[in-house]
Ligand binder design. Structure first.
Ligand code: PSU
Ligand code: MN
Length: 302
């Protein structure tokens, strides 16, 4: 059922730093050809920072941890590939199906492989209007002991409600060099984080203590790079329009987030896409730093 690449399995066995990367962002979150270019760029950034990338996806029913170049390309170009969340994994394995794994599904697979750090763009959360539509990313992060580096929750969501959920679930929301909770495309959401660390070493130390106390996931919120970040009031108009269109068209379930992201990209004339790509790269770089700190602590304890 699990298929770890040789490089990733050796890195895990040797206690080297590994960064998990999700694949729904490749299959459903970004347009072609930026999706493949981004997937390759994230792996290159993690390597340049001295860690091993482990892109996670389901291919022909195998839970793959670490993809080769051909697998990554096939996934990025596959038509009608599935979006797989936690609950979809067993069916995909049984049916020998392929798909991109959401943050929730990636967390579960990464934790099984004993990976401790994961980079994504924006985590899922509580949808606007439909407060019963809560991403499986939230309960899964509460459960799995990983540091998830992201630029907060996707701005298309109800951010105050999503933050309340993190509190309920016992997930620390830690600002990376900031007390301001970012809003994905925007540096500030107007809401505070629950904690703050200054650097990768601080994040690793906080996570390790959280795990010693029996905690699960830690959300490390990194503000998006300022060069491509978009002020929140500008983004809000596009999101409101996209959400209204989704409601009018009856877009439901797994289709909601991809629909909103694509529509906001169109309405912003591509600016949201540039912000999304830049923050994904920034998060991969930070995640590699945290993975190195956690690996160093582990080695020094032996
Ligand atoms: N962040 C992005 N683009 C994405 C996603 C996150 O920048 O496409 C994906 C993640 O895989 C996340 C999923 O887990 O969207 C959330 O989907 P939903 O809201 O249906 O749970
Ligand atoms: Mn949903």
């Amino acid at each position: 059922m699990f298929r770890l690449s040789l490089e990733v399995s050796q890195a895990i066995l040797n206690g080297q730093p590994v960064v998990a990367l999700e694949s729904t962002v490749i299959t459903h979150g970004l347009p072609r050809p930026q999706n493949l270019e981004l997937a390759q760029a994230l792996e290159a950034i993690v390597r340049a920072e001295g860690a091993i990338p482990a892109t996670i996806a389901v291919i022909d029913g195998q839970l793959c941890v670490g993809l080769d170049a051909a697998q990554l390309e096939a996934l990025a170009n596959a038509p009608d590939v599935r979006k797989l969340s936690s609950r979809d994994l067993a069916a995909a394995v049984a049916q020998k199906a392929s798909g991109g794994t959401t943050v929730a599904a990636t967390l579960r697979i990464a934790a099984s492989a004993r990976i401790r750090v994961f980079a994504t763009g924006g985590i899922g959360g509580v949808h606007r209007g439909s407060h019963w539509d809560v991403s499986a990313d939230l309960p899964e992060l509460a459960r799995q002991p990983l540091v998830l580096v992201c630029a907060g929750a996707k701005a298309i969501l109800d951010l105050p409600a999503t933050l309340e959920q993190f509190e309920t679930l016992g997930v620390p929301v830690v600002g990376y060099g900031t007390n301001a909770y970012p809003a994905f495309y925007s540096v500030e959401s107007g809401l505070p984080t629950s904690d703050r660390v200054e650097d990768a070493a601080g994040a690793a130390a906080l996570a390790r203590t959280h795990w010693q106390l029996g905690g699960g996931g830690v959300l490390l919120a990194a503000p998006p790079p300022t060069e491509t970040a978009i002020p929140r009031d500008e983004v809000e108009a596009w999101i409101a329009q996209a959400q209204a269109e989704a409601d009018a068209q009856g877009v439901r379930g797994q289709a909601v987030s991809p629909f909103l992201l694509a529509r906001v990209a169109q309405l912003s004339g591509g600016r949201s896409l540039q912000a999304n790509l830049a923050l994904l790269k920034n998060n991969a770089r930070i995640a590699a730093g945290v993975a190195k700190e956690l690996a160093a602590e582990r080695t020094s304890q032996i």
